[in-house]
Write a protein that binds this ligand. Structure first.
Ligand SMILES: [Zn+2]
Length: 354
């Protein structure tokens, strides 16, 4: 069968005819796989921690949706079920053993398509039922491929709810409409964050260092959020007028972060999701600043099985409220390898149809 493969230590990825298949589990026919920044970093050999399951080749892909072709001896799934596989698989630590590999203590986990386990960019795969989630609403077959990135947002929401419970946060109208949320990034993950957090009533600003396409602007408009170009004076003015209460970084730009952290309100919460986020590396008294403003800073990675369930639930129940379909700006075939290496201008989310 066809698979998209990375040779460890070599640049690029390639389409290959492979005969690898897991020994046991539920056989899933892949419908769609999403391409994200991590896949592009793998393709461009920029991720030092990637490793193969065996040999020196890794089948990539960690965002997927498929249908059950053969349930094997599982009684939880049946042929034709729409399913989403989980990315990270538990190691041996205490938290991994209770299904919280997203909080793994020692890093002894594997991740499909990234480290130590073959991924989903192939025509079919076999999966342990523990790591599959059923999608009941078959009408979300296409946008259901966004479940994996959406589960990251559910984990971010879980983190926000926990951290914000220290003090009363609600405004006089019982929503968070008097609180300003700054989201750094305007890619698919940042837009998904805006979808989910808009349900709490936040006043939302999405920030990037450059202008955005009309399509992204219209998605931002549909959520009732605002876009700010951080290279403009307007951004500086807005920051002073609407000081951030919550900052969620989905790009890892310390430069954007620094400017905004200087304006953050007391008791502010900063959640870092972007992977190259280095917080104010030149500020010598960062700790004093955090103490004085009573800030809370959290990192957030991956999510639990519960977060996947919440993601499916969120997409299903909000499929007509938020423009999920508009996030998918391209659907290609496995043969279009260059689409994995390079991001098209104006692309939000590119997916592969298998
Ligand atoms: Zn662990």
């Amino acid at each position: 069968m066809k698979a998209i493969v990375k040779r460890i230590g070599h640049k690029g990825v390639f389409l290959k005819d492979i005969d690898f298949m897991e020994n046991s589990g539920i056989t899933v026919k892949t419908l769609y796989t999403g391409v994200c920044g991590t896949d592009r970093e793998i393709a461009n050999d920029m991720l030092p921690f990637i490793r193969a399951e065996n040999g020196d080749e890794l089948i990539i892909g960690h965002e997927a949706i498929g249908t059950v072709e053969d349930p094997g001896d599982s009684y939880l799934f049946k042929k034709g079920d729409l399913v989403v596989p989980m990315v990270r698989r538990p190691g041996k630590c205490q938290l991994c053993q209770i299904g919280h590999q997203d909080y793994c203590i020692d890093g002894d986990f594997v991740e499909a398509g990234i480290r130590g386990k073959n991924g989903f960019m192939r025509e079919r795969f076999r999966e342990n039922e523990k790591f599959l989630l059923k999608v009941e609403d078959k009408s979300i077959e296409e946008i259901g491929v966004l479940t994996e990135p959406t589960k990251n947002v559910m984990k971010i929401m879980e983190t926000f709810r926990f951290l914000s419970s220290r003090i009363p946060w609600y405004c006089k109208d019982s929503t968070l409409s008097c609180k300003n949320l700054y989201i750094f990034g305007t890619g698919s993950e940042a837009l998904l964050i805006s979808f989910v957090f808009s349900t709490l009533g936040f006043n939302i600003f999405l920030v990037n260092r450059h202008p955005i396409s009309d399509k992204i602007q219209s998605i931002i408009d549909s959520v009732g959020a605002n876009f700010l170009d951080s290279s403009t004076q307007i951004y500086e003015n807005k920051l002073s007028e609407y000081r951030p209460d919550v900052i969620i970084d989905a790009v890892g730009s310390s430069e954007i972060l620094r400017k905004s952290v200087e304006k953050i309100n007391n008791n502010g919460i900063i959640i870092l999701f972007g992977t190259s986020g280095q917080l104010m590396e030149k500020n010598q008294d960062i700790t004093g600043y955090i103490v004085d403003k009573n800030l809370t800073i959290a990192g957030s990675v991956d999510g639990s099985k519960e977060n996947y369930r919440e993601a499916i639930e969120f997409i299903t129940s909000n499929k007509n409220r938020f423009p999920f379909r508009d996030l998918i700006t391209g659907i290609g075939s496995p043969e279009s390898i260059d689409k994995i290496t390079k991001k098209d201008r104006d692309e939000i989310k590119y997916i592969i149809k298998w």
